[in-house]
Design a protein around this ligand. Structure first.
Ligand code: K7E
Ligand code: CUA
Length: 659
């Protein structure tokens, strides 16, 4: 990681003067050429700087992010697509967008949600039998081994319709969506335990568990929160719902969560707001929810001993709600699985330090980052040092005895990330700033303005036991004046920051025009080794196994069976076989299409006009598409990727003969 820093310093100190020196030598010719075209070829660096109004700091920033053609980025940034429902993959430091990954929302380019396999996947994510085609994605979590990102899987959540999706980083594709009907909304999700034994999903807005009905005036007695521990089977790459379990929580609004690591491994920390248990009703004589939830000076950091809870589950001390084994709140209290520590006013982010020793909480209505000591919390629990109990019997630890201290940050601290030199970086929402502070002495070191309304921030390998201390990305909610205007709906603004040294430096603004990315994680690029083609040809991208309907070259055919017409097709530059399909009105049609190519990037797309069908056929991939040919007519079908010189000729006819 230091080698990277050396490069930066070298770039800043050596390359720039060198470049300037070169331009000085070629000055007169450069000037002549530059005069001809505003920014055109041949301009000298000095002239370009002058013409574009750039200063030396701008050029240094440019040198730190510019990535020449053909050169790969050092990091992948996996950003949530917010209420766009899909993931965004970005290269750092160039901030080039590399891919969108269809997850909760259909993604037409990838055929995601337009063929049988991906439709089945979206159906897996149904709640109460209702298929959902959007999600509110907040927190991507990379799989970890011993607290390090291992580059195998990514998990993401849907806050609106409580669900968790698994994305395989072998091919950057969603492979599973699980939905529990235990809870009705979530937010503290997804977070993984250090070896990815569990993927954590915690409710946000309390509701009767299991989808029951109870009027909101029964809030205190009938409404509850819960945190779900989804069991992950790494070998199979799947969440196993039958081996998953949950813990019932009081009806507070549980917020963000983080898993302990190293010394605090085995614990999970969850913030909460609304310990007032306000539920709104501003037309019914109650204060509006926003003021109702902000009365108390302290809310509760939930400290959960999940390893102990796992034993309680194994001992069968659970009840089953909505098919999920749930540790009842009374059991959690009786077994000492759940403790509360007061935390300052309306906390938001909770982040465990890389050494696992401290838990940093940002209070939205407090000016501090509060640093809780895991050692102290553990000792207080062991000694039964409680200042009281909440209305549900959960023991409350003394605040002052549980903290190591507080750092004065500014107005509206939210989320915290870490580097490799003992510094923490906290986003300061109301001030639109990043605060850099020392974990050792809890002193503020530097503040940098962001544009604007920063939510999360993400550092390279920032949630691991060994952050890299390299790039930092501020994930800003508002762009306001940063980009050319595009109407009232503006993109979000990701700002790339160099966090190294006494003064942080703003490097680059990247507009993000897809939903509102809340959080992202940044992983070393060399940890991810995606496949280049699906091998052998005929692979089902969901199962990573050969599809039972895979088609070999030379075995293409059309078969009429009791369940409809089966068309076994291949795609290869530049034709589909067969290229004429005849069916009768009312037939159910099953298309089985294999791209039999094994050349990198030789992707074909397939569509039949007016049928709302589209699949992406990457090299070796197999797709199945089922639909009813209900309208007679002549429908051209064609390849949707410009795959070869004869791409336009990669077409055919789908004929539906009238009854
Ligand atoms: Cu702060 Cu959902 Cu993590 Cu938005 S959350 S910012
Ligand atoms: Cu295949 Cu265009």
């Amino acid at each position: 990681m230091t080698s990277g820093r050396k490069w930066w310093r070298w770039a800043a100190s050596a390359l720039l003067p060198l470049a300037l020196a070169c331009t000085r030598e070629t000055g007169p010719e450069g000037a002549a050429t530059a005069g001809a075209s505003a920014l055109g070829g041949g301009s000298s660096l000095a002239e370009l700087m002058q013409k574009r109004g750039l200063n030396e700091a701008d050029v240094v920033a440019a040198l730190k992010t510019y990535t020449p053609s053909g050169k790969h980025d050092e990091y992948y940034l996996f950003a949530s697509g917010g209420h766009g429902g899909n993931l965004i993959v970005i290269g750092v430091p160039s901030m080039r967008i590399l891919k969108y990954i269809g997850v909760f929302t259909p993604e037409p380019w990838q055929g995601y949600g337009y063929g049988d396999q991906t439709m089945e996947l979206l159906k897996q994510g149904s709640r109460d039998g209702k298929m959902l085609t959007w999600g509110d994605m907040h927190h991507p979590a990379l799989s970890e081994s011993a607290g390090e990102y291992d580059g195998q899987y990514l998990f993401v959540n849907d806050k609106a319709n409580p669900r968790v999706a698994v994305v395989s980083l072998r091919d950057f594709a969603t492979t599973q969506i699980v939905a529990s009907e235990l809870i009705e909304s979530e937010h503290g999700s997804t977070f993984v335990t250090p070896d990815t034994d569990y993927v954590i999903e915690t409710s946000q807005y309390p509701a009767p568990l299991g989808g029951r009905y109870a009027d909101v005036t029964k809030f205190n007695d009938e409404y509850r929160g819960a945190t779900i521990f989804w069991k992950f089977d790494r070998a199979r790459g799947r969440i196993v719902p039958e081996e998953s379990w949950a813990m019932e929580l009081p009806p507070y609004m549980q917020d963000l969560a983080d898993a302990g690591k190293l010394v605090s491994d085995g614990y999970v920390f969850i913030n909460s707001i609304n310990t007032e248990r306000a539920y709104g009703g501003n037309l019914e004589g109650n204060p509006p929810l926003e003021s109702g939830v902000s009365q108390n000076d302290m809310d509760y950091l939930h400290v959960i001993n999940w390893k102990k809870a796992e034993q309680v589950v194994k001992a069968g001390r659970t009840k089953v709600i909505a098919g999920m084994r749930v540790i009842a709140l009374e059991t959690a209290v009786a077994e000492g699985l759940l403790h509360f520590v007061p935390e300052p006013k309306s906390p938001h982010g909770v982040d465990v330090t890389p050494d696992g020793k401290d838990i940093v909480v940002g209070g939205k209505l407090d000016t501090h980052a509060t640093v809780f000591s895991f050692e102290k919390i553990k000792a207080l629990i062991a000694a039964n040092t409680f200042v009281g109990k909440d209305p549900y019997g959960v023991p409350i630890l003394p605040f002052q005895e549980a903290i190591r201290g507080q750092c004065e940050i500014g107005l509206g601290p939210l989320h915290t990330q870490f580097d490799n030199e003992g510094f923490a970086y906290t986003s300061v929402f109301i001030e639109s700033k990043v605060a850099k502070w020392s974990l050792k002495d809890l002193k503020l070191v530097d503040k940098l303005s962001t544009h604007y309304n920063i939510g999360h921030l993400v550092a390279a390998e920032g949630d691991t036991v060994s952050p890299d201390g390299r790039f930092l990305v501020a994930m800003n909610k508002w762009a306001i004046d940063r980009f050319a205007p595009v109407g009232p709906l503006l993109p979000q603004n990701f700002q790339l920051i160099d966090p190294v040294g006494p003064k942080m430096q703003m490097l680059y603004d990247a507009p993000i025009p897809l939903g509102e990315p809340h959080y992202a994680q940044m992983i070393k690029a060399d940890k991810i080794k995606p496949v280049e083609i699906y091998k052998p040809a005929g692979m089902n991208a969901l199962t990573h196994e050969k599809d039972p309907f895979a088609v070999e070259g030379g075995k293409e055919r059309i078969e009429r069976k009791p369940d409809g017409v089966h068309v076994y097709m291949t795609a290869v530059r530049s034709h589909f076989t067969p290229d004429i399909i005849r069916v009768k009105q009312g037939d159910t049609v099953h298309l089985h299409i294999t791209n039999i190519e094994q050349a990198k990037d030789a992707t074909h797309g397939f569509t039949v006009g007016s049928q709302n069908i589209h699949v992406s056929l990457e090299p070796g991939k197999h797709a199945n598409v089922t639909f009813v040919a209900d309208k007679p007519g002549v429908y051209p079908m064609y390849c949707t990727e410009f795959c070869s010189a004869l791409h336009l000729e990669m077409a055919g006819y789908f004929l539906v003969e009238p009854k």
